[in-house]
Design a protein around this ligand. Structure first.
Ligand code: BJW
Length: 263
């Protein structure tokens, strides 16, 4: 059972030290709360989250896109601008610095569609829900069956932009509800949690599957699971320790094993 009111950091630091001793010893699964302190809204925050104002199925499903492509395109365009303006926070930087100090130890798995982990130095981050800064065709390009497919970069301007040849609209390169996750990233994430000693779950409500199942999977395979979140999540019962703080507060304090106070 997890400690109910939040464990002290000192109980978790030795687990990080142990995980440092083996290749692939540490996995970190992140969600929207990881980027909240960079100014990117979460989905399920009651006041500021996207889903407090919008119906997820109208904006984050193929059905919603087909019903009103301009509305969905423009919503994503606004979010893309927010991502481009954002900077990695102290939590992202702590993970980037840790990976540089301990090569081969850390795997970062994210549900986030921003690029803040990559910009903080975790270039191999496994992206389960895609990349908001990429475009792809809504339908498979019909030319692709016979020869080179049309490039998304050739699309004619519009909301959404469309292929000049066949009218195929562009859509954001993210994973919507009901869509499969990228197989290679999901397989790599499962292998990583199966083999790690410690999984840190940072800033996710644990409401969305199959990503949430990675915490259960790590636990089943014998890893320690630690959740870092200022609020309760739907997967708290999977954690040995709950650290009640924000990503930018807790990760630097937990992972900066070089500072004198941490030994
Ligand atoms: C802080 C903080 C700070 C705040 N520091 N923390 C099994 C059971 C039930 C349902 C399903 C199931 N398997 C599949 C499903 C269906 C569905 C699903 O999970 N539905 C649930 C809602 C019930 N899953 C899918 O459809 C997935 N596909 C799939 O399973 O394919 C196979 C299949 C096909 C056909 C039929 C059935 C199955 C795809 C899921 C795609 C999710 N897409 C989105 C949008 C991405 C694009 C975009 O960005 O627009 O991904 S939804 C949204 O939720 C986004 C996120 O990545 C995802 C998770 O949210 P996250 O990151 O946890 O954010 P929040 O807001 O929920 O939580 C933030 C947390 O941070 C909170 O806890 C705060 O307290 C905390 N926080 N500030 C640390 N500073």
């Amino acid at each position: 059972m997890p400690t109910p009111e939040g464990a002290p950091l000192e109980l978790v630091r030795p687990l990080v030290q142990q995980a440092c001793g083996s290749a692939g010893g540490l996995c970190v699964l992140t969600g929207a709360g990881m980027s909240a302190e960079s100014g990117i809204p979460t989905f399920r925050d009651a006041l500021t989250g996207h889903w407090a104002r919008f119906d997820p199925m109208q904006l984050a499903s193929e059905e919603g896109f087909r019903a009103d492509p301009a509305r969905v395109w423009n919503w994503y365009a606004e979010r893309r601008n927010g991502v481009r303006r954002a900077e990695p926070n102290a939590g992202h930087r702590a993970l980037g610095d840790f990976a540089a100090r301990h090569p081969g130890v850390l795997t970062v798995i994210t549900q986030n569609v921003d690029d803040l982990h990559q910009r903080a130095g975790n270039l191999d981050t496994l992206r389960l829900h895609g990349d908001i800064l990429q475009d792809r065709w809504l339908e498979p390009c019909p030319r692709g069956a016979r020869g080179p497919a049309c490039e998304p970069g050739w699309a004619l301007e519009g909301e959404p932009p469309r292929c000049g040849e066949c009218g195929n609209p562009l859509r954001p390169g993210v994973v919507w509800f009901g869509e499969s996750l990228p197989l290679a990233a999901m397989n790599a994430a499962e292998r990583a949690v199966d083999g790690c000693r410690l999984l840190l779950v940072v800033g996710t409500s644990g409401a969305v599957w199959p990503a949430a199942g990675l915490a259960h999977r790590a636990r089943r395979h014998g890893a320690q699971v630690v959740i870092i979140n200022p609020e309760a999540s739907e997967i708290d019962d999977q954690a040995q320790y709950l650290l009640r703080g924000t990503a930018a507060q807790v990760l630097p304090a937990l992972l900066d094993t070089t500072s004198p106070e941490n030994g």
